[in-house]
Design a protein around this ligand. Structure first.
Ligand code: ZN
Length: 181
């Protein structure tokens, strides 16, 4: 997914959110420096626009919490209590009902929101879904100067780069040259 203003890997909304303060260069700019930028970001993500959404400091603090979560998962650590509490606080504000749905021949318990989700709710649900799915690994891109986080759901957890065509190129060139002798 190529966007002129934002880096959207499209793996998970919450990681795109975290990645808005990260990038492929050593000192990337913060792409969400204010509420207006966050509004543009939610449009790029096709998230619901709601009047009177969360104030900017809340948005920035939530991103800080989720960044700590991504770092912990990348490091193979248990998620810290702060990010979990922050996610649960946002989820607690969602109203809706649980519903049994049959998907691919299997019954699933799903939560059906009573109203369209606010952007932070959509981000929180995305983070919760990643945490609750053992088949998804969160890790930092292996690109030398890249700090983007990616969600690896490949069968053998072999994904290394946010975008192989960009971050995987250098390593591939080195490998083709062969090891130093
Ligand atoms: Zn990368």
């Amino acid at each position: 997914m190529v966007h002129p203003e934002f880096t959207l890997l499209g793996d998970a909304v919450w990681l795109d959110f975290v990645n808005s303060a990260r990038g492929r260069t050593p000192a990337p700019p913060d792409l969400l420096p204010d509420a207006a930028a966050f509004a543009r970001w939610t449009r790029a993500q096709r998230l619901m626009q709601l009047d009177g959404g969360a104030p900017y400091p809340t948005i920035r603090d939530f991103r800080r919490q989720l960044t700590a979560l991504a770092k912990a998962l990348d490091g193979g650590l248990q998620p810290p209590a702060g990010p979990i509490a922050a996610i649960n606080a946002v989820l607690a504000a969602s109203t809706g009902s649980h519903r049994l749905t049959r998907i691919g021949g299997e019954w699933r318990l799903q939560f059906a929101p009573a109203r369209p989700l606010a952007p932070l709710e959509a981000i929180a649900r995305s983070a919760a879904a990643t945490l609750a799915d053992p088949a998804v690994a969160v890790r930092r891109c292996a690109g030398e100067t890249c700090s983007l986080f990616l969600a690896d759901s490949s069968p053998n957890r072999s994904r290394r780069w946010c975008t192989p065509a960009i971050c995987g190129t250098t390593l591939r060139v080195e490998r083709r040259r062969g090891p130093l002798r």
